[in-house]
Design a protein. Sequence first.
Length: 258
Amino acid sequence: MASSFEPSLSTSGMRPPLASADAPSMADSLPSINFGFEDLRNRMTQFTAKFDAFIERGRKQVLEEKNQFRINLAELQEDDRMRQRDIEIINSKSQTHEQILQKESAEAAEMHAAISSITLEHDTRLTKQDRLKQQIAEAQKAVNQRLEAQKIHAQQLDAQSRLNNPELEFWHDKLCLRIEGAGREDRLKFIYSHISEKDWEYEAWFELGTASRDYEVFHTRPKLDREALEREIDIVNDDRNFGEFLKRMRKLFVETLK
């Protein structure tokens, strides 16, 4: 139940005496009231921290989304560039393929023309083949005859060489003479050594032609008197005594060197 307000009691009972300085004030006599300011301050501080964290997270999220958008945009641009490049490559390959087809078509036409030409040439060669076979048979017959003649000639040369070997050894030992090829089938080179008293290593030689029945001397070292050389050639062509001819040629070289 509410009590009635009594002014006399309220004024007289709560007012301190005016003359006393140590008397308690009216505010000290008021009841203590707790408004929760400290708790409110803590809650506001926590809210501010949460709000700042929320703003920071939002800012980071927006920044990340912005960066991701830029990355995605760059990837899309790169994909578009690659597609354009692929399209250019495909167009280039298409043009190249078209050129290849045109070239192959031209080559096919040339090939058909060449086949027709080869066929015609083949028919012509077949016509010539029989004639060539006949000519080959005739040539083979002539070759066989020639081989037989060469065989007989080789047998004759072999028999003659058996007869000539002792004589060649005699020329080599007695005349200090050796015989070599002169670079041609129809020429022989006769080389004398120990022919100069001043130089036993010095060699004199002459090239003899055997292409015809009569002998012929082409080159000599040292150079011989032409008249004396022709006289010796006439003698050997007349008497056919080749051994004596070689002796006289050695003597002619010795006289020339003296």
